[in-house]
Design a protein around this ligand. Structure first.
Ligand code: TPP
Ligand code: MG
Length: 804
């Protein structure tokens, strides 16, 4: 390059540099003013709660500059500046979330379903199909529990490893370009005390995945200072042993100050580079951050911070230091910076007002329609005075919310109960239309609403040759997994002992040798991050089957499933999906930790996931096939005592599917319906054979899936015939048997068909005691079923069935 050219480039560079720095300054101030005004909105009563990112602006701008298309963030409520800097969040959208605007265009992260500070980008089109993620900046959908962003972060990073190292995945360019994507995590200093933080960090070090974890260290977790949270009061010092060395893989650990503009840029650039190119996990400990407004709108930090600390925070505020840096480098004058500040403030004010007007506009429109309709109905009613008063009060509400409108309409309808007029009908119709809209606003997308919903997968029955081979149950599964691994490179399975030995019951036996360690892999013992690994990879278009070795150990992963996976489609209103399948085994074997059947726990914590309880491995394989063609997340609980039982091997492996929510009548009968599932099916069938010899014909219904539950009224049809029903299972009293009773009796309005009280037959309330006797005295046996059914028949006809 000629000298003249060189110096021209230098001028060019410094201009670009100056403009970039001033733009960063503008974004920092935009974000700061959003925080300051956000807090005021809460105190004015326009929003219920606020938590803001003030004091953390600079590091987030640095992180945004190192972030590339295709990358993913998994972070927490402080990250507004990062989202602004990437252009993935406007100030108006930010305020729309603060107000809980239910319109998805206005508030794309959660459509008003989450309180402010929960960031997310939309990975899906409106029809549930994927957008090309490699052309986008991606943020996983935040959740509130501290550190719960970490397990999924591991999975997001692990996906890059799979995309890079498995050549059959190179074709999926919408999801990854050669595994070049970095997963960026953010977490507060105090949240690093959580077990899942340590579990995720350890797993990332073992797996060597491109995961950059930035710790925003402001010295506190609400009121508690970091000495109470972290050994040595420093997470980077506590984790120093994770530092990689020349000879040993591990983490790169970087320390930087939250007010050091250049230091932050270098730290994040270096971290991004290392992770992206070499798949080395990196930890960035960002110290000396502040909280200018305290933790949240729920309290004031003057209560627990000393005057010295508060003064220190003022002095070391990152925006103040940034300003000093710009002035010292003479990149702009004080006047120029003041002007940028004033402009940022004006912009925030304008966008905040637009967000409020938009939010209020919709509600005011509904309010005005309701007032008009109540007044019209009042004219024809002898409750005119009351109704007019209701309409009047509603019309005068300051800052009305939707509840004010709908509640008033309902009160009006209570008052109109004796009226027959047109006005009442119009009001009623309007109310019903609104309730449909409100269902869509507040209750849609708990399950997939796309064309790939598991409920829409075509049913194909298993077919058998004239003389089918009789094989161990585990071999049926093995045949299916073999088929699927060969058919879909996105499908992979992992968990404790899943790789080399092909799981403790050998359904994957030999498949690692055939398909490689990336497809069928062993993990360390870490249920919580096994689930996170599944969620993160599923968020990036892969089809994981994450194994929890025994159902009793699901508890370790349950929190991730409940808080994250089960709520994902709901809390993003269909903006993200993670069709993870959790495979586990339970119900009946031996002892307190290998024979549990905590189905009620699953049912009440995992709404949003499908819950499959196959009675044998043929049904299980068919369910996996259904699920792997769908985009719903699910859990499949196989029968722990079923792997060595003989089953007929279907001929059309990989083709046949089991429809979800369709119970099967596995024995016909006329006297009593026994509804059950899983390992209890065999026990109830055994009892039914014995009862038949006593002159009682039991109809046995296997529900097959608890969610969805009997979409075809199979139980109802059976009860219409028998007029008696027992719900039997191995859960505690009031657990899944009570759930089935509620779903069937209330859901299918079976009360009128019953001649006897509906009953449940669960296990004992305690955990199952060890050994065969422990099982017999803890869980329902065939004898218990016989007694229960017989007692019902005795009550009906004591002559024919005398007391035993
Ligand atoms: C599992 C769980 N426990 C408690 C809380 C309540 N909580 C919310 S934020 C917070 C403090 C977090 O502090 P830190 O990680 O340092 O983040 P900071 O707010 O300081 O940025 C607590 C205890 C929570 N959200 N989740
Ligand atoms: Mg903190």
């Amino acid at each position: 390059m000629a000298i003249a050219e060189k110096s021209a480039k230098k001028v060019e560079d410094s201009r670009a540099d100056r403009e970039a720095v001033l733009n960063d300054f503008r974004i920092a101030l935009l974000s700061r003013h959003a925080s300051l005004m956000g807090r005021k909105e809460v105190f004015m009563g326009k929003a219920k709660f606020g938590i803001f990112g003030d004091g953390k602006e600079l590091a987030q701008i640095a992180m945004a500059r190192a972030f590339r298309k295709g990358d993913f963030r998994s972070g927490y409520y402080r990250d507004q500046t990062f989202m602004f800097a990437l252009g993935e969040l406007t100030v108006q959208q930010y305020f729309a979330q603060l107000y809980a605007h239910t319109n998805v265009e206005a508030e794309p992260a959660s459509a008003g379903r989450l309180m402010n500070g929960h960031f997310a980008t939309r990975s899906l089109n409106d029809d549930g199909s994927w957008k090309p993620l490699t052309e986008r900046y991606n943020s996983a959908a935040d959740i509130s529990p501290t550190a719960a962003q970490m397990p999924k972060l591991l999975g997001l990073a692990f996906a890059s490893k799979l995309y890079r190292e498995n050549k059959d995945l190179k074709q999926f360019k919408d999801f990854s370009i050669n595994g070049n994507e970095v997963a960026w995590g953010t977490i507060g200093n105090a949240s690093t005390s959580e077990g899942m933080f340590f579990e995720s960090i350890n797993a990332a070090g073992v797996l060597q995945v491109p995961m950059v974890t930035a710790i925003w260290d402001d010295g506190y977790g609400i009121s508690v200072p970091k000495e109470f949270h972290t050994t040595k009061g420093s997470i980077s010092e506590a984790l120093a042993g994770f530092q990689r060395t020349e000879n040993q893989k591990g983490f790169e650990i970087i320390k930087v100050k939250g007010w050091d503009y250049e230091g932050l840029f270098n730290a994040f650039a270096k971290a991004g580079d290392l992770a992206r190119k070499q798949h080395v996990p990196v930890l960035i400990h960002v110290e000396e951050m502040t909280q200018p407004q305290g933790h949240s709108t729920s309290g004031s930090h003057e209560r627990y911070k000393s005057k010295e600390r508060l003064d220190w925070e003022k002095e070391w505020d990152c925006i103040k230091k940034f300003r000093e840096y710009i002035l010292s480098r003479e990149l702009a004058s004080a006047d120029e910076l003041d002007r940028i500040d004033a402009e940022a403030k004006a912009q925030v004010k304008k966008e905040k007002e637009a967000a409020w007007a938009d939010f209020m506009g919709e509600i005011k429109q509904e309010l005005s329609e309701a007032v008009t309709l109540i007044r019209e109905a009042a004219q024809e009613s002898n409750r005119k005075v009351v109704l007019e008063q209701l309409a009047h009060d509603l019309s005068k509400t300051i800052n009305p919310i939707r509840k004010d409108v709908i509640s008033t309409v309902r009160k009006a309808l209570f008052n109109l109960r004796f009226d027959q007029g047109k006005g009442k009908n119009k009001l009623h119709d309007w109310y019903e239309q609104q309730q449909e809209k409100n269902h869509e606003r507040y209750s849609s997308h708990l399950y997939s609403e796309s064309e790939w919903s598991a409920l829409k997968v075509k049913e194909v029955a298993p077919s058998y040759s004239d003389s089918p081979s009789l094989v161990d149950g585990r071999e049926v599964l093995q045949a299916f997994f073999d088929y699927k691994l060969g058919q879909d490179p996105r499908f992979f399975a992992f968990g404790e002992d899943v790789g080399k030995i092909g799981d403790v019951n050998q359904a994957f036996a030999g498949l690692q040798a055939k398909y490689g360690e990336l497809r069928v892999s062993d993990t360390s013992i870490r249920e919580c991050t096994i689930i996170g690994q599944g969620i993160g990879t599923a968020l990036r278009g892969l089809r994981p089957v994450a194994e929890i070795q025994y159902l009793d150990y699901l508890l370790y992963g349950l929190q991730m499933l409940s808080d994250d996976l089960a709520s994902l489609q709901y809390r993003t209103k269909g903006g993200q999906k993670a069709p993870l399948i959790v495979r586990t085994r339970g119900h009946r074997l031996e002892g307190v930790w290998h024979a549990g059947s905590p189905m009620g726990m699953i049912l009440s914590t995992l709404r949003g996931m499908l819950v499959c309880v196959p009675r044998d491995m043929t049904q299980a394989a068919g369910m996996y096939n259904t699920l792997l063609q769908s985009d719903d997340p699910a859990i499949v609980i196989e029968c722990l005592n079923g792997y060595r039982l003989k089953e007929k091997l279907p001929e059309n492996m990989g083709e046949y599917t089991v429809p979800l929510g369709k119970p099967e009548v596995i024995r016909e009968g006329t006297d009593v319906t026994v509804v059950t599932y899983g390992s209890m099916c065999r026990i109830v069938l055994e009892a039914a054979a014995e009862l038949s010899s006593m002159g009682i014909e039991v109809e046995v219904v296997d529900v097959q899936t608890l969610i969805p539950f009997d979409r075809f009224r199979v139980i109802g049809e059976s009860v219409k015939k028998t007029n008696r029903v027992i719900f039997a299972d191995e859960d505690v009293p009031g657990g899944a048997s009570a759930y089935m009773l509620q779903q069937a009796i209330e859901g299918q309005q079976l009360f009128k068909f019953l001649d006897s009280e509906p009953q449940t037959l669960p296990a004992k309330a305690h955990r199952p005691a060890y050994s065969s006797d422990g099982d017999y005295f803890s869980k329902p046996s065939a004898d218990d079923v016989i007694e229960k059914v017989y007692a019902l028949m005795h009550e009906t006809n004591p002559k024919k069935f005398p007391k035993i």
